[in-house]
Design a protein. Sequence first.
Length: 148
Amino acid sequence: MVLGVYYLTDFYDHRTPQYKTEEEWRNKPNTGLFPNIESVLDSYDNGEIFVKDKIILHYNNETIETMVGRVIFNSILPERIRFINMKLKNKDIKKLLSMIFDEYDMQTTVHIADDIKDFGFKYATLGSTSVNILDMKVPKEKEEELRK
């Protein structure tokens, strides 16, 4: 689940590997200018833009330089919590849910956590994110622990 949220909110795009850092990404050309979240979602659903495309979004009288994936993620957040414009990792998701709980109620928090879970699994699959056995670090004490 966390991998899918990370994929949605991370700037790195395999189509443009020359942008390796967030600072370099900021120099990447914009794909489009959008007046609201709904127009971004419509363009994405129609295949006109992609998850990793850099865009300009007008939201709450602000101009935000962001990416399509971050807009998709923010579309499930409650209005008073939007707009999270950063790469989200495990601890960030925990902090976000804590903010939602502080601002809203338990029922809303549970609903949003469920939506985040669904989006996470969906976009981990769409992003072809996987974990390889070679990615795992095996502790030196493993053999000893298994013998116990």
